[in-house]
Design a protein around this ligand. Sequence first.
Ligand code: ZN
Length: 68
Amino acid sequence: MAVPKFKTSKSKKRKRRTHDKLIPVSLAPCRNCGLSIPSHRICPDCGHYPSRGKGGARTRAVIVKDGG
Ligand SMILES: [Zn+2]
């Protein structure tokens, strides 16, 4: 079995573990109702999702949620 030749230093270990952190979710306000939601997601409150129409003009599409 392979054995490490040297003990992993505190510095090396801590540098490796800097990538184990949680990254915060970036929230943006919904353009329809203003609720803070993650970008590129359908709004859970109003079902709004911004989209681009023909010619590059910004248009709005509303995706209707299921009534249940
Ligand atoms: Zn919304």
